[in-house]
Design a protein around this ligand. Sequence first.
Ligand code: CAA
Length: 437
Amino acid sequence: MSTKNTETIAPQTTTPQTTVGIDRISFATPHYYLNLTDLANARGIDPNKFTIGIGQSEQSVPPNHQDIVTLAAEAAHPLLPHIDSNRLKMLIVGTESGVDASKSSALYVQNLLKLTPWVRCIEVKEACYGGTAALMMACDYVRAHAEKDPQVLVIAADIARYGLATPGEVTQGAGAVAMLVSTNPHVLKINDDSVVKSADIQDFWRPVYQDTALARGKFSTEQYIQFFCDVWQKYCAQNNCNFNDFAGLCFHLPYTKMGLKALKAAMDSCDNTCNATNTCNATNLSESSRKCLLSRYETSTKYSRRVGNIYTGSLYLGLLSLLELDGLELDGCTHENSELPPLKSGDKIGLFSYGSGAVGEFFSATLVPGFKEALFAREHADMLDSRVRLSVADYEAMFSSVAPYAPEDFVSDTSHRERAHFFLDGISSQERHYRSN
Ligand code: CAA
């Protein structure tokens, strides 16, 4: 008798794909800013270099009671009504300007926000990429435990400091972006399609004994562009897509000219490849898509142009700028991006994250129905518009009054506390003391 293979194949069960992404997103920046034309004049530099060549108009300046802990707490504060203590499972802070080499800043933030103790609190570091690493970990966690409907709070918080009268001074800034990650998000779905590249290079770093960064400026910009071109090409091949599939592209923005350089480099190389080899689909970059992506890129840079580099948060500040300003009424008769239809649910946004050292990642997100109503656009406009302009002398004094990277006691100023909810009161015996009002 012949033996027949009687192995039975289990019937396929189709589990519906769980939607995971950003449920709420909010940012915070200090209440004080420096006008970069004032800075250029004080440094004897043509202001056009800063406003056109670099693409920055203003930069936020933190008073010395604000550090990445208090900025992180400020950013997450508006999300509190949406956080469910029973569902919150992780708080991850991405930062490259952390306040302690050992203790996670997430623990200070947890305390300031009075969050549940039944939560994993950690800090993630990889230069400006830390926020994206945290976001990816959050999405993976929520996908893996979707049946329990968990929430993860991700905060990307940084203060970018290069030093007075350095080449990097014009690219300083301060702020934080908080993102609540969950299933069935109200803002956007993060697609599981990312491409990431890592390489040990020395373009930008900060030794643990100092609070200002060291950078090989030109080298860092070249590496940023190369990383974008590399991950973009691999992403398109892996996901069988091209520029025309995106309603907008957002970039890590150390300064607003940087993302544009990378975008144009990839668009030009796409043109050259199409023309020279005719191997790729000729519709890889249609004229209408080029115009749309460049126009929406401009919109994505508006907040950063006023805030400056916020390192790990800057990609997400760009995303917020695009989502909140797209279609916004400008002067009663024209709208931001008025030549384009407003962004709508189902539109795909591409995001490029770059952290020196270096890691580059490209991934996409899809807008969900009603996303505009889940944003804090009015609050963010008010936060930016109500900031106080500092003279260059006042900026220099504020910059230099920061808590020292040394075992000395420190007491923060009691002035410049308007609008803040959380404060670093001081440091005694090498321990930091925070307070909420
Ligand atoms: N009018 C108009 N444009 C002018 C001008 C003028 N009068 N004078 C100069 N410019 C233009 C230049 O032509 C140049 O434009 P292109 O780059 O398009 O050629 C631009 O202004 C900048 O001029 P320089 O290159 O001479 O500027 P710089 O030597 O002072 O350095 C910098 C600029 C490298 C960005 C410097 O600010 C820096 O080191 N910043 C910190 C490092 C950094 O941000 N790197 C970015 C990539 S790394 C990263 O992304 C991680 C991160 O967040 C740090």
